[in-house]
Design a protein around this ligand. Structure first.
Ligand code: UDP
Ligand code: MG
Length: 325
């Protein structure tokens, strides 16, 4: 701890910044963040989580840490994904309110002041909701919309459209999230699940300051499946209904054949319909098996109960080699 920046035992405000190959954004981020935080006038800390970057993100953040001990770093041993990086960050904060923010400056730090104001008014979660998705590809927009619609239909919790990880959480909320043992951590769902007094403020997403997005369509697909499987078992149960429908249809179709044969006699052709029906229902069976596999795989992950993440080094934070237990 440097003397010019004495760190209070418990700062009012903690920031969590997940970083995966964000070297080019580090300097710009801290320049803007420290300005904003100092203007708010509360004591603060920034907990960066390096999620197994291959570039010099760690070295750059450590430089800042040496200059200002309120900037801290938890270095994970490999890439664990954003959800776990956030989890690690939350577990290393000690502020009374915690704000999660991306490292690429897509989330305007200037909004933090407004979040803190709402928190002071008594809200335990202040969600920044993006106004539009104009700066995303049409494919990403359409798939996001489809995901939110599907999730709303099948899940027990409600995800507000456009609400991401950029939000302020009261210490009470953070403690609940930290106590949740699950390994498949779909954070957006967990925020909604915990409840508490929530409010939102709209914001415009900026363009990435530097670098490229780490979420390609495949990763987004995995995230969507994680979200659905973690918050509903409808996909598992739907097959009972599908099976009953198919069986009822088959029974009626069979009856039709009995009647037809009694009246018109035996009629042998029907090879194409046989093939089509066999292939169609093999497909349906494989899909249902795949769905069971998705859930079984997750049950397997939970049962193994491995740590959520592994820490290589910590700068300015207590260091626990394995986290999440
Ligand atoms: N991130 C991370 N681990 C990952 C992928 C991303 O910590 O495996 C971080 C990344 O460094 C950034 C934030 O999560 O700070 C959001 O990622 P990105 O900007 O690539 O996603 P997008 O904004 O395109 O959804
Ligand atoms: Mg981004």
């Amino acid at each position: 701890m440097s003397e010019s920046n004495p760190v209070p035992a418990r700062p009012v405000l903690s920031l969590v910044v997940p970083m995966f190959n964000e070297s080019a954004n580090v300097d710009g981020l801290f320049a803007r963040l420290t300005g904003v935080l100092d203007r708010i006038g509360e004591s603060w800390e920034v907990v960066c989580v390096d999620d197994g970057s291959g570039d010099d993100t760690v070295a750059r953040v450590v430089e800042h840490h040496r200059r200002d001990s309120r900037i801290r770093l938890v270095e994970l041993s490999r890439n664990f994904g954003k959800e776990l990086a956030l989890t690690a960050g939350l577990q290393h904060t000690c502020g009374q309110a915690v704000v999660m923010i991306d490292a690429d400056l897509q989330h305007p730090p200037e909004l933090i002041g407004e979040m803190v104001e709402k928190w002071r008014q008594g809200f335990e979660m202040v969600i920044a909701v993006r106004r539009g998705r104009e700066n995303e590809s049409a494919l990403k927009r359409v798939s996001a919309r489809a995901f939110y619609d599907l999730f709303a239909r099948v899940s027990e919790v409600r995800l507000p459209q456009g609400a991401g990880d950029f939000r302020l959480l009261d210490r009470k909320v953070v403690d609940v999230l930290n106590a949740m043992p699950e390994h498949t951590r779909f954070m957006k769902g967990l925020y909604a699940w915990v409840g508490f007094r929530q409010t939102s403020i709209p914001y415009d997403v900026a363009d990435r300051a530097a670098g490229v997005t780490k979420f390609n369509l495949f990763r987004l697909y995995r995230l969507a499946i994680d979200g659905i499987t973690a918050f509903t078992s409808v996909p598992l149960k739907v097959w009972t209904f599908v099976g009953m429908m198919v069986a009822a249809f088959a029974l009626l179709y069979g009856l039709l054949f009995v009647v037809k044969t009694l009246i018109l006699g035996i009629d042998v052709p029907g090879y194409p319909s046989l093939i089509v029906a066999t292939m169609f229902f093999s497909g349906v069976q494989l899909i249902s098996l795949g769905v069971i596999g998705e859930y079984l795989g997750r049950v397997f992950t939970e049962v193994k109960s491995r740590p959520l993440y592994v820490v290589r080094n910590a700068y300015g934070c207590r260091r626990e080699t394995i986290g999440g237990e």
